[in-house]
Design a binder for this molecule. Structure first.
Ligand code: UDX
Length: 475
């Protein structure tokens, strides 16, 4: 498959439209009920739309129809049950039913990193679009939400053209999402902007109608949600550019942490001081173990791969450095552990055999159960590989962590994890860990040594309680 070079086009106006189903508001479907699709489906029902969520995974669909959210996301359970009961929301594995139901179909399937390189794997996009298109019997709008390489929307349009009769007039649009795990419900109901890539006034009108619930909610709360209407290529690029910027900001401060480590500075003070400049801003300047999760790492790699294909590889070469800085933070924790435990490093890294290490945190950030590309879990695995006996506790991520890295020992609570430990590593900044009592934990451990890989503890408090403390980029 070759993704076409995107065409530039004028931005169309918003037309007043009647949904092809004859309903007063467009009926919406979400294809793929993973993190993105499930959250959107549930929240759009909450906004008053008639919604159908589709997935090929029968287990997931059965759970959702039974009122069970397959992910940990604050507030979502209650909204799911309320909207199922109201009859506005249901889930199905039947693609013909999905095609028949919807006016606007949002594609929300995953676009993981390809097994054979840095680019995005578009096979789920291809399968869902093709499956849907083959069953459409009237005009509809297919809207991509998944994060994709620029040019994908054009390719999806070609796919749709191949699988639907021209006289149906099925159209394509792109509307990226900017959900943060842990805040996903609010990010859907109260987004800080809506971006749509469209080619026709009809598509623009349908998308406007499909987002009107969001604009209406904002009006009742005396807010405004900015709408950016643009071409396909820009809409696709907005998402990856935003994630590349966020990743760069995090790696920037982590690079400063490296310099602080070499020079005796304190990166937490440095971040605070530069963040007061409104041009810089203080958010996303938390130096520590770096970024992980299902988006930032894979998105910056796919963005580089796509830029390379387009002949613009040089423009994004810095993202390679962003990735390297990020990964170096993981080995830094290993070094700090070896230092505190008095172990020397050989060519293969430190030998930690015979030590017991408590790892607090497995998820890629707090308030989620997601361990995909989690720096915490990667460090736990590195410590284990270096010979340490690693005992892990995470408030929500235990099940997923155990499945991903079964060779570690998982403990039912923080006390069990730290009991008898020679070293404690805080790798995800859960509130439970931030608020832990250093004296109480000190009574349980074999040695009062702590690596605070998220700079989330008060060094003075821990040092006073007799702990040897190491942070990231702090003296
Ligand atoms: C991110 C984007 O924020 C979101 O807009 C996009 O839609 C999907 O990707 P998410 O993956 O949920 O969202 O996590 P985010 O809150 O952005 O954090 C990403 C990672 O960066 C986490 O591992 C977090 O611990 C780390 N991080 C974040 C830092 O290391 N320092 C910071 O200052 C901020």
């Amino acid at each position: 498959m070759t993704i076409p070079y995107p065409n530039t086009q004028p931005v169309p106006a918003i037309a007043a439209v009647t949904p092809p189903s004859g309903a007063s508001r467009p009926r919406v479907t979400f294809l793929g009920t993973g993190y993105l699709g499930a959250t959107y489906a549930i929240c759009y029902a909450e906004l008053g739309y008639e919604v159908l969520g589709f997935d090929v995974d029968a287990d997931k669909i059965a759970k959702l129809n039974a009122g069970e959210v397959p992910i940990h996301e604050p507030g979502l359970d209650e909204l799911l049950r309320r909207n199922l009961a109201a009859g506005r929301l249901r889930f199905s594995t039947n693609i013909a039913e999905t095609a028949e139901f919807g006016d606007v179909h949002f594609i929300c399937v995953g676009t993981p990193q390809r097994a054979d390189g840095m680019g995005a794997d578009l096979s789920y996009v291809e399968a869902s679009v093709t499956g849907l298109a083959q069953h459409l019997t009237r005009k509809a709008l297919i809207v991509g939400k998944s994060t994709v390489p620029v040019g994908t929307a054009e390719w999806v349009e070609q796919l749709v053209g191949k699988h639907t009769p021209a006289d149906l007039g099925v159209e394509v649009a792109w509307s990226p999402e900017f959900l943060q795990e842990g805040f996903a419900v609010d990010d859907v109901l109260r987004p800080n902007r809506i971006v749509v890539g469209v080619k026709s006034e009809w598509a623009n009108g349908m998308l406007y109608a499909a987002h009107k619930g969001v604009f209406d909610l904002a009006a009742t709360e005396d807010r405004e949600v900015p709408l950016v209407v643009t071409d396909f290529a820009t809409a696709e690029l907005v998402k990856v550019a935003a994630n590349a910027f966020l990743a760069t900001k995090i790696s920037f401060i982590n690079a400063m942490a490296e310099v602080c480590e070499a020079s005796g500075g304190d990166v937490t003070q440095l971040a605070k001081a530069i963040g007061y400049d409104p041009r810089i801003g203080n958010r996303f300047l938390q130096a520590g173990l770096g970024f992980g999760g299902a988006c930032l790492p894979k998105d910056i790699r796919a963005f580089q791969a796509r830029a390379q294909e387009l002949g613009a590889g040089e423009a994004l070469r810095f993202l390679h450095e962003v990735d390297l800085i990020n990964l170096r933070r993981r080995t830094r924790v290993l070094q700090l552990a070896a230092d505190l435990l008095g172990r020397r490093s050989g060519p293969a890294g430190p030998d930690l055999s015979g030590t017991r290490i408590a790892v607090l945190g497995a998820t890629f950030k707090p308030n989620t159960d997601d361990v995909r590309d989690a720096p915490a879990l990667a460090v736990a695995a590195l410590l284990h590989k270096a010979g340490a006996n690693v005992h892990v506790y995470d408030p929500q991520g235990m099940e997923n962590a155990r499945r991903a890295v079964p060779e570690l020992t998982y403990e039912p609570d923080m006390a069990e994890a730290v009991t008898g430990a020679d070293l404690v590593c805080v790798l995800t900044e859960w509130a439970d860990f931030r608020n832990a009592d250093p004296s109480h934990l000190g009574d349980l451990v074999a040695g009062r040594r702590i690596v605070d890989a998220r700079n989330c503890l008060d060094p003075a408090l821990w040092t006073q309680a007799g702990w040897e403390y190491r942070g990231m980029g702090r003296p």
